[in-house]
Design a protein around this ligand. Sequence first.
Ligand code: FES
Ligand SMILES: [Fe+2]
Length: 339
Amino acid sequence: MRIAEFPTYAGHWTPIVASAALKAGKPLAEVFDGVPVVLFRDQEGVAHTLVDRCPHRSVKLSIGAVRTDGAIQCAFHGWAFGGDGAARSIPLNPDAKLAAVCAQPVATRERGGLIWLNGAADARDAPALVTPDTLEAPGWFGAIVVRDWACHWSRAIQTMLDVAHIPFVHPRSIGAAFGRALGQRGDVELAQDLEPTGGGGFRMTWNLVQRDGEPAGDAGWVAFHPPNGMSLGIPQRRAGRTSLLHIWCAPLTETTSRMIVVSRRNFGRYAVVPRLYDLLTPVILGEDRRNMVTAWPSEVPPLGEVSMPSDVSTIAFQKYYRAAFGGGHETAPPKGPPG
Ligand code: FES
Ligand SMILES: [Fe+2]
């Protein structure tokens, strides 16, 4: 039974919570794409999600309980529903046609320490979930940080994909080398090489260069995983070591997004220094908050933001966003600064 539509994420996957947040035997109320949902684990531990509304009298299922058979039981009249939404029992009505009564299931997967939702109209029709290899490949470690901020998810992911902000917003952490290069020479430019990876996604390497083409001290890469994910390389001096952050900006409501940051590295599982870096992740993330929550309009607008050649990745995101989610006309391609 259709109880609610997902206005934006019908057909799109996003992580919504860390797996650790969904405890056995306990319903978890969340909001996904503006729609209240309830997550719970069945008796085998498999995660399920239903629209958080009982089809009987519209009470939130999340105030109910998870039964030992893995069904969620409504707190009002005790109707119980499986993870597929099908009614399992309707007390006081032994002749009720259970097959005709259904809560609304939401496509749910658990992968890489995260629980993913897709707002497909029919949960069985959700497309395959594709995630970055390093999210769960053996030999990779890290930590998960989750923060809810008052901004639209498009603004959040656009900010995460932005390279030119790094020395200004993160001068004492990931932007230190970038900031030094910028401070020492006034003529550095951001050279960027963007490769489409399909479906609007891309991977972009960047490096600072002087006008004469000589390297100027910092380099890195970002990748966009549509609609709301990105990866960010963290430079390592030692060959063979890779460290990166995967970040998703999940749409809770029109005005609230959930930052889900997964740090991954292929070295130093128990070493102190890399683990200290994990502790820094929320600090670095927090440095971005001010820009995200003060931008207005919060949703990336169809027109009216000026871009420069240093904005290659955010321009590419805007193009994707406008094509995939609407929002007016394409802006003119960016022109270089005068002179
Ligand atoms: S409102 Fe849920 S069982 Fe009645
Ligand atoms: Fe940032």
